[in-house]
Design a protein around this ligand. Structure first.
Ligand SMILES: *Cc1c(COP(=O)(O)O)cnc(C)c1O
Length: 365
């Protein structure tokens, strides 16, 4: 048997008919870049997330860049973020000329450790980017109260966490600004690149709509440095058809995750810990000292696994200038060195699931 890491064709089969007829409408109206299909999707997802403003852009990376600009984070400002995350969490900070300040992460969840962040605050600290890693919310009570104490902007990296909630609120909607990615492999994936910024602040929303469209304020008048970060009409209609199915897909992910936890609990490996909050299980990451050997064994059995992420930010060549001399990140290093992502996707069959559990169990026997 072969078990892929993900199977995006399964989702496509559920939306194919609706998307194809909407593609015809996009082509017939030529609303390719921004336009009515993007406007409609923005209204649909704002309602789904229960947030006043949703601004479609061309990637999660662009979303984080514009969110930092809207938050007036710029040259010399320090921005706290977890050392263990995807590189995309960091780019926006560099794009605006600010300074990334890496924080170690929580042993159980891999999300930002606020006790560590507290030690790193300086008079130049202006913002914090909590990452809802693997689809599990960061501890937003701790983040928000810490940010309030130090007058910091909270920019949520919710790239992996659409469908996850904290005390009933969607991730991305609790900070000043929230950023979501629709990269094809994310839980709500486009047929290409797309992203979203959400906010409840009218001023941020207005500025973001202008920034993504060449900072145009009236036709051919540009108030400041702008960007071409608009969302495509074709992506908007793909997302339109997937969004109503997302809750069902997230339920299936939760069911599989809980079954993994029950089935692998007795083995000598760290299974993911769940906070008592809704998790959307973008990834199911175990930790084990024999990560590479287990990965090889599973690969020989036809099972694809992933590494998320083997090189933490403080060990990235492009970020080395920002690592303070003597700073150590023991927990982030542990996640990077021991983490292994097992296949978990909405279209995974029970047979595929049982096969993975059997292979992992056999490895330890
Ligand atoms: C995917 C991702 C991003 C970037 O999103 P893109 O749409 O790929 O640009 C940022 N942060 C995290 C944590 C991600 O997983």
């Amino acid at each position: 048997m072969k078990v892929p890491f993900n199977d995006l064709t399964w989702q496509w089969r559920h939306i194919e008919d609706g998307v194809k007829s909407d593609f015809d409408r996009v082509f017939a109206s030529s609303q390719f870049s921004s336009g009515s299909f993007v406007d409609a999707f923005e209204r649909q997802i704002a309602e789904w997330l229960n947030v006043p403003h949703a601004i479609g852009v061309n990637s999660g990376t662009s979303a984080l860049h514009l969110a930092l600009l809207a938050g007036n984070i710029g040259s010399g400002d320090e921005v706290l973020l977890p050392a263990h995350t995807f590189i995309g969490s960091a780019w926006g900070i560099l794009y605006v000329g600010a300074v990334p300040v890496f924080c170690d992460v929580d042993e159980r969840t891999g999300t930002i450790d606020i006790a560590a962040a507290r030690q790193l605050v300086t008079p130049r600290t202006r913002a914090i980017i909590p990452v809802h890693l693997y689809g599990q919310p960061a501890n937003m009570d701790a983040v928000v109260s810490f940010a309030r104490d130090h007058n910091l902007k909270v920019i949520e990296d919710a790239a992996q966490s659409i469908g996850a909630t904290w005390n009933g609120r969607s991730t991305g909607t609790m900070g000043d600004l929230g950023c979501i990615s629709f990269y094809p492999g994310k839980n709500l994936g486009a047929a290409g690149e797309a992203g979203l910024i959400v906010t409840s602040d009218d001023n941020y929303a207005g500025r973001l709509r202008s920034l993504r469209n060449h900072a145009q304020t009236e036709r051919y008048v540009h108030a400041e440095l702008g960007f071409n970060y608009r969302m495509d009409g074709l992506q908007a209609v793909v997302l339109k058809h997937k969004l109503p199915l997302l809750s069902t897909w997230t339920k299936r992910r939760n069911e599989l995750a809980l079954r993994y936890i029950a089935s692998l609990g007795g083995l000598p490996l760290e299974i993911p810990s769940i906070r008592h909050q809704t998790h959307c299980w973008h990834l199911f990451v175990i930790r084990t000292h024999s990560r590479n050997a287990l990965r090889d064994a599973l690969s020989k059995s036809g099972i694809e696994t992933g590494l998320h992420y083997p090189v933490p930010l403080h060990r990235q060549p492009c970020l080395s200038a920002y690592v303070k001399p003597g700073a150590t990140y023991p927990v982030a290093d542990k996640w990077a060195d021991e983490g292994l992502s097992l296949p978990l996707f909405d279209g995974m069959t029970d047979e595929q699931f049982d096969y993975v559990v059997k292979a992992v169990t056999a490895f330890y026997q």
